[in-house]
Design a protein around this ligand. Structure first.
Ligand SMILES: Cc1cc2nc3c(=O)[nH]c(=O)nc-3n(C[C@H](O)[C@H](O)[C@H](O)COP(=O)(O)OP(=O)(O)OC[C@H]3O[C@@H](n4cnc5c(N)ncnc54)[C@H](O)[C@@H]3O)c2cc1C
Ligand code: FES
Length: 261
């Protein structure tokens, strides 16, 4: 694992997925060899005269974005426009420059010969795409993904939407216990909003199923300095704060003290 480093890289390709989602691709062989599923980069659009329109709205803070894909150095970031930072990123085109700090944090522990459940909600999808590519040759995978509506849905085995516009109507954890039994799941990897991770952990803890989840947290520095992203980790009797950007974002779900969040 290498320490996070600052770089500037040209965007090779900008892929439009929908009104809300897009992918930025960069090329860097060294970074491709360094990153692992669940790790992320702090990224920002570089101000330049060439992208004046984007520059005007570029916030100072870098934004944490997971590695979505890594094709031997062709690295993709799948991003949803939600606010100023992600909207500024969405205005970048091929040839514009991205500022990056990373790879940051610790990724998912990989496994072999297991029946794996991938569980994602909304923008929790991208890190699991990279993860499934690393697991698929050695495990059996079942992937459930949920979102508010059809626009938040991407390829997977089981779809849930809150408005019922596609797949099953409801939240992706609504029948989690039944799925874990039916699919004979040994291990769960999850990423998504806190409510999803919390609900999933309640089920996996009860069923004593190994579960690793990637936490979403608001990040200021993103590199372990400000402690603004800390979450309580440990046992009910013996816990301490750990930084999502440094010791996380992936934690053993049982070790997160959800009752203190
Ligand atoms: C480790 C990690 C990996 C991430 N990976 C991705 C990714 O691969 N693709 C992607 O699109 N996004 C990802 N995110 C979320 C992304 O960082 C935020 O959407 C982004 O920082 C929002 O910045 P903004 O300036 O556009 O919006 P802001 O103005 O900062 O926020 C707009 C709204 O978005 C919501 N929001 C912002 N940040 C978060 C957060 N961290 N958790 C929950 N809600 C938030 C809030 O409701 C807020 O009101 C990741 C976050 C973390 C912590
Ligand atoms: S965001 Fe500053 S320590 Fe994690």
């Amino acid at each position: 694992m290498i320490n996070p480093q600052y770089r500037q890289r040209a965007i090779q390709l900008r892929e439009e997925l929908s009104d809300d989602y897009f992918i930025l691709w960069i090329w860097d062989e060294a970074l491709g060899a360094a990153g692992s599923p669940g790790q992320f980069y702090e990224i920002r659009a570089l101000a330049s005269l060439a992208n004046l329109q984007a520059v005007q709205a570029i916030p100072k803070l870098f934004k944490p974005v997971s590695i979505y894909d890594n094709q031997g150095g062709r690295i993709g970031f799948m991003i949803k426009k939600v606010g100023a930072g992600t909207n500024a990123l969405s205005r970048l085109r091929a040839g514009d420059t991205l500022e990056l700090i990373g790879p940051c944090g610790n990724g998912f522990p990989l496994t072999r010969s297991k029946r794996v459940l991938l569980l994602s909600g909304g923008i929790g999808y991208p890190p699991l795409w990279y993860l499934q590519k690393e697991l698929i040759n050695h495990n059996q995978i079942y992937w459930m993904h949920g979102g508010a509506s059809q626009g938040d849905i991407f390829p997977c085995d089981e779809i849930w939407t809150e408005d019922g516009s596609i797949g099953r109507k409801g939240r992706v954890c609504d029948q989690l216990q039944e799925t874990l039994v039916k699919q004979e799941i040994d291990i769960v990897y999850s990423c998504g909003p806190e409510g999803l991770l919390r609900a999933a952990t309640a089920v996996t803890t009860e069923m004593k199923i190994e579960h690793y989840c990637s936490m979403e947290a608001y990040m200021a520095c993103g590199i372990g300095v400000c402690h603004g992203c800390a979450v309580p980790i440990g046992t009910p009797q013996d816990w301490t704060y750990r930084r999502v950007c440094k010791e996380g974002p992936v934690f053993n779900a049982d070790s997160i003290r959800w009752e203190l969040l």
